[in-house]
Design a protein around this ligand. Sequence first.
Ligand SMILES: Nc1ncnc2c1ncn2[C@@H]1O[C@H](COP(=O)(O)OP(=O)(O)O)[C@@H](O)[C@H]1O
Ligand SMILES: [Mg+2]
Length: 205
Amino acid sequence: MIILFGNQKGGVGKSTLAVLFANYLSFVHNKDVIVFDMDNQRSIYNKVQAAKVLENVQLYEVEAANVDQFNTIHAIVSDKENLITILDVAGSIENDNLIPVFKGVDLIICPFAYDEYSVGSTIDFSEVVKTLNNKVNIVFIPNRIKTNVKYETLESVNKVLSNFGAVTNPISERIDFQRINSFETPHTIRQVVTPVFDSIFNQFI
Ligand SMILES: Nc1ncnc2c1ncn2[C@@H]1O[C@H](COP(=O)(O)OP(=O)(O)O)[C@@H](O)[C@H]1O
Ligand SMILES: [Mg+2]
């Protein structure tokens, strides 16, 4: 199974939630996981390399790869039934190399925020993805939700997004998300993400 963390909007938590979900799958469900960091910024890959120097034991492999290697990766991982492959991509829908990715993945997890610009990008992204692959499941995760803010558009946004896929419960804005790693998820973060990840796992994996 290949899961893409995607949204053309930057800063919505794709890389962060990709790592936390990989930790969750391997730690909670004992799944074989491999992560391909396909974002040119290599935020996940570089973090893992830095942590390896400190001799941390990894839960799973993290590889750096380019988007145009997707077909090769797909061919390698698709006959490994028990392996869950996680892709982190920057996500710009203008990148033609992403077309095979959108066509070839089994599930897209799409973090977003309830601000106008993020919602617009998220809808554009979903339209492109669904045009290329109308069978793919998309799961939207409202992320970085501030507890003291009233999100006036929440219901109408969720309604629009539900035309493309499922919307999970929100994940709150928390300072400790800035320090996550691919070796273990701190208890405080686990409490926040586990219910959301459980709902995705139970429905789609
Ligand atoms: N729930 C959250 N609470 C607080 N900070 C978050 C949360 N999710 C992500 N972040 C932070 O937001 C920034 C962007 O997240 P990142 O995962 O790099 O986004 P993307 O990969 O979509 O560009 C990072 O500094 C990350 O630590
Ligand atoms: Mg990223």
